[in-house]
Design a protein around this ligand. Structure first.
Ligand code: 5GP
Ligand code: ZN
Length: 113
C-alpha cells in the first residue's frame, strides 16, 4: 500500500529495529516507547485494522499473538507479565492504519480505560 509507513518498514524502505521476522510477520521496536519493552507486531500484508480482518486472517492473527508471546519470553518479561493490544479506528486511538499489535511490558501497566 503506497504511503503506508508500516508497509514501507515491512519492505525495508524505512529502517526499524527488527526483533523478529518471518514470511508473514514483522516485529520491531516502537519509535516512541511507552514502556521498557514496546514492540509492534504487524502482518506484512496490508490490512488497515482488526475491523477489516476477515475469517481468512484467523490463522495469521493467531501466529501474530504467538509471536508476541515468544518475544515476551525472549525479552524476559513473560513471568512478570505483559500486555498485547491493538487499537482499532478512531475511538480505539488508532493512528497508523496498518494492523498492528503492541507488546508492552517491563513495568507495571495501568488499568485500561
Ligand atoms: P496506534 O495508535 O496506531 O496503535 O500506534 C501507532 C504506533 O506506531 C505508535 O506507538 C507510534 O509510536 C508507532 N510508530 C509510528 N510511526 C512509526 C515509525 O515510523 N517507526 C516505528 N518503529 N514506530 C512508529
Ligand atoms: Zn500497510
Amino acid at each position: 500500500m503506497p504511503d503506508c509507513i508500516f508497509c514501507k518498514i515491512a519492505a525495508g524502505e524505512i529502517p526499524a529495529s527488527v526483533v523478529y521476522e518471518d514470511d508473514e510477520i514483522l516485529a520491531f521496536e516502537d519509535i516512541h516507547p511507552v514502556a521498557p519493552v514496546h514492540i509492534l507486531l504487524i502482518p506484512r500484508r496490508h490490512l488497515p485494522s482488526l475491523d477489516e480482518a476477515g475469517e481468512d486472517s484467523g490463522p495469521l492473527l493467531g501466529r501474530v499473538l504467538l509471536a508476541a508471546a515468544r518475544i515476551a519470553r525472549e525479552k524476559g518479561i513473560a513471568s512478570r507479565g505483559y500486555r498485547v493490544l491493538t487499537n482499532c479506528n478512531a475511538d480505539g486511538g488508532q493512528e497508523v492504519f496498518h494492523l498492528h499489535f503492541h507488546l508492552l511490558g517491563g513495568r507495571r501497566l495501568r488499568a485500561l480505560g
